[in-house]
Design a binder for this molecule. Structure first.
Ligand SMILES: NC(=O)c1ccc[n+]([C@@H]2O[C@H](COP(=O)([O-])OP(=O)(O)OC[C@H]3O[C@@H](n4cnc5c(N)ncnc54)[C@H](O)[C@@H]3O)[C@@H](O)[C@H]2O)c1
Length: 329
């Protein structure tokens, strides 16, 4: 029997590369697509030797063509960290809107099921905690984070419209903060930032007074939730994340303990519209998918720290953010 064929956009990124690994392990034919704006081919270079993996270097905000049949499309291409999307706001809006539209068109032409990577950021700075899928959010459309949050909200809306108007099979996952190997050390997200600082012997920077909360999900748990959602028959958004909530200050202290660094936490000004709390209500995922996270923060952090420690000194000392010059159009 011929293999099922899946297109994964954002394949060279953190989550996309783990998805490629999972679908390869499940014996799919995986077609990765990425323009490498925030991704890195090193995340998937181990797959290039396989005959059931191929890769297209392509910007999905432009017309997308893939020869042959497609059974599934997983749209994960998008800048995902505040540092990235604040530097490339137009590209972020385009990949969430034009990119999603292109891929929905492709899904329709191929009669493929499409799953989109949405985010807890659709809830903005939430007024309720934890956040269930029924909460509509508290987003500032014209604040600096609006480019990401509104792109993702539009992405959900157009995906739903293709589902109701064209009868396309669609799935929407709202991903909460996820961590694990292959995150970029310099992407500005709190976990790699803390670990990178500890490894370089620098103080750990906390924005605000550190009382804001986050809930961190280990990547393997997230991928399992996404896999189950894709093969469910549920078209409305589903939260996937770990409800184990922690303040950023406590989290910094955990990283100090884990890494054994002699450095301390230092406080800096809080960025504009930074959410004060983040915790998924995962009742729906539990009931619909029989899913809940299995990896504790202690276990996940240990694996992630081991990964970061294995990076070359050159990668560790590279604190410069990605150079987006050639993409800034
Ligand atoms: N990591 C998280 O905690 C998290 C949380 C919520 C949502 N998400 C969503 O998951 C997806 C993946 O996030 P990630 O953490 O892996 O980020 P990432 O930056 O590591 O990966 C994104 C990938 O998309 C690629 N890309 C961006 N724009 C593109 C375009 N126009 N055409 C082709 N490729 C493009 C990048 O080069 C990169 O490889 C994103 O859609 C993000 O919004 C992630």
């Amino acid at each position: 029997m011929s293999r099922k064929r899946v297109l994964i956009t954002g394949a060279a990124g953190f989550l996309g590369s783990h998805l490629c690994d999972r679908f390869i392990a499940e014996d799919f034919h995986v077609i990765g697509m990425d323009n490498l704006i925030t991704g890195d081919l090193r995340n998937i270079e181990h797959l290039f030797k396989l005959d059931n993996f191929e890769f297209y270097h392509h910007d999905v905000s432009k017309f997308v063509h893939v020869p042959g049949e497609l059974d599934y499309i997983l749209h994960f291409a998008s800048p995902a960290s505040p540092i990235d999307y604040l530097k490339i706001p137009i590209q972020t809006l385009k990949v969430g809107s034009l990119g999603t539209h292109n891929l929905l068109g492709l899904a329709r032409a191929k009669n493929a099921r499409m799953l989109i990577a949405s985010t807890s950021e659709v809830y903005g700075d939430p007024n309720i905690n934890p956040q269930p899928e029924s909460y509509w959010g508290n987003v500032n459309p014209v604040g600096p984070r609006g480019v990401y949050d509104e792109a993702k909200r539009f992405q959900e809306a157009i995906t739903m419209a293709y589902h109701t108007f064209h009868g396309l099979e669609t799935r929407i996952v709202r991903i909460f903060n996820t961590y694990g190997p292959r995150m970029r050390l310099n992407d500005g997200r709190v976990l790699p930032a803390f670990i990178g600082q500890a490894l370089r012997g620098e103080d750990l920077t906390v924005f605000g007074d550190g009382s804001q909360t986050r809930s961190f999900c280990y990547v393997d748990d997230l991928i399992e939730g996404i896999y189950r959602l894709l093969f469910s028959d549920y078209a409305y958004p589903v939260n996937i994340g770990n409800p184990d909530e922690i303040t950023i200050k406590q989290f910094g202290e955990e990283i100090i303990k884990l890494t054994g660094t002699k450095q301390k936490l230092v406080l800096r000004d809080l960025p504009v519209d930074d959410p004060k709390q983040r915790r998924p209500d995962i009742t729906k995922a539990q009931e619909l998918l029989g899913w809940e996270p299995k990896v504790t923060r202690a276990e996940g952090l240990k694996i992630t720290y081991t990964y970061f420690k294995s990076l070359s000194p050159e990668m560790l000392s590279n604190v410069a953010h990605k150079n987006f010059e050639t993409y800034n159009k």
